[in-house]
Design a protein around this ligand. Structure first.
Ligand SMILES: [Zn+2]
Length: 97
């Protein structure tokens, strides 16, 4: 806010939700303080519809996993499968069956 009070224009970009579809760090609070918010969408990697979710393709439960392509995909609401312990357990069951 110091920069804003000095007359500076501050522009931020980032994801607003995590791979688990939960608020991501300070981004939601910053959005609340902003004069203007533009939410962009990607293209769902399954069906081509506008995608607002980040689908993690790996099994890591870390909040941030940085890596190459293949760790995340843009997904629409229909094709997004949020990570849950239950979902993880089902996947483990499939692997061990
Ligand atoms: Zn889709």
């Amino acid at each position: 806010m110091e920069l804003v009070h000095l007359g500076k224009r501050v522009i931020l970009a980032g994801l607003d939700t995590t791979f688990a579809n939960e608020p991501f760090g300070p981004v939601p609070n910053l959005m609340a303080l902003a004069d203007e918010v533009t939410k962009l969408s990607a293209v769902c990697m399954v069906c081509g519809a506008p995608a607002i979710h980040t689908q993690r393709l790996g099994q890591s439960q870390e909040l941030v996993v940085v890596g190459a392509a293949g760790l995340y995909e843009a997904r629409c609401r229909t094709h997004f499968e949020p990570f849950t312990d239950e979902h993880h357990s089902e996947q483990l069951d499939l692997l061990t069956a």
